[in-house]
Design a protein around this ligand. Sequence first.
Ligand SMILES: *Cc1c(COP(=O)(O)O)cnc(C)c1O
Length: 399
Amino acid sequence: MTCMTTLTCISCGVEAPAPDSAGTCPVCNDPFAVLDVQYDMACVQANMTSQTLKQRPMNHWRYAELLPVHPDKTAFTWPVGMTPIINAPRLANKLGAGSLMLKDDGRNPTASFKDRASSIAVLHALQQGATHIACASTGNAASSLAGFAAIAGLNATIFIPYRAPKPKVAQLMIYGANVMRVQGTYAQAYDLCTAQCAEHGWYNRNCAINPYLVEGKKTCGLEIAEQTASNPPDWVAVAVGDGCSIAGVCKGLTQMHELGLLEKLPRVLGVQAQGVCPIAQAFETSTLNTKGHTGTLADSIDVPVPRNWKKAVACVAKTQGDFVCVSDDQITTAMKQTATLAGVFAEPAAAAAVAGVGQAVAQGIIDPASSVLAVITGNGLKDIDRVIKITGQPNDINP
Ligand SMILES: *Cc1c(COP(=O)(O)O)cnc(C)c1O
């Protein structure tokens, strides 16, 4: 049973009627005035305890009270979440951190963190009687939605930018989605998707302005809390594009702390790429500057106009957290180090979180004695051309 109550606007605080899918504040008339799902925390406290959690499935539906949908028996078998946390002492040593854990979300069904949001979207769409679901994505949200739409038997139409990496496109095609490759940017694909959803009445999975989906991403934070409860890390690092993922992880940690299920609230570190760092700047200035975009090889965080920057900035500030920016060179180095020193194959955007830990130590933000957890948001097989460029070819020899 969900303990969800109302939705409030992150900008003006007004209580808004629950939108069918995506929706922003009806009062503010501002595309960045996103909605935030509220819960009756007494209801959560009474029903979700360390005792009751013990009897629940080892996937993210175990947090039913803190989800915006009623999980049903079908969804309980969708194996999302409860991804492992791996101790990475050699990588910690290399980065100069006291200790380092990696939460490997590349082990979700379609190999990225986005499965947490897509599973919620698909269940929410089914429960509202929708037969068609759509999204615009740089890749992972798309392949994830295609996978969950296939599990649930929904039609999916997906708008991707021209430069989406081939392996992600391959996932879309094999899952049977209707794929529209927009000969333009992510921003253009996004606007087109919004317009088409309105025109055809499709369920809109665009995460940034669909308030329910951040709640799915939140389960990563709930899990980190449950998995590390008696010994939580000092810092949790997350790569940031649109801002939904970090806002979700951060909200999950905060709620578990509020419930007394997490002893100490970790500080949250947002990591952006140097060529696309509007949220890191907004954290300092409180305003969003969308100019100066030069891009990054980490396609999943190449988001010049982040729709969820306010939620991200507000929650990170609440944890006494911070933001850093890393270069593409730092990202490729982190990809190699994460693989060779911890055995985890991360895609560039996921490796950015690891690079950010090194950067934050170098800037004196993270104390060298600190314990850190980095969320590995996507698997390295998502972008193999890039990987071969970094590693070079194998030795070809005669038998
Ligand atoms: C989407 C994504 C992110 C960033 O999430 P946002 O909600 O856009 O901030 C980070 N890493 C990977 C692998 C992703 O797919």
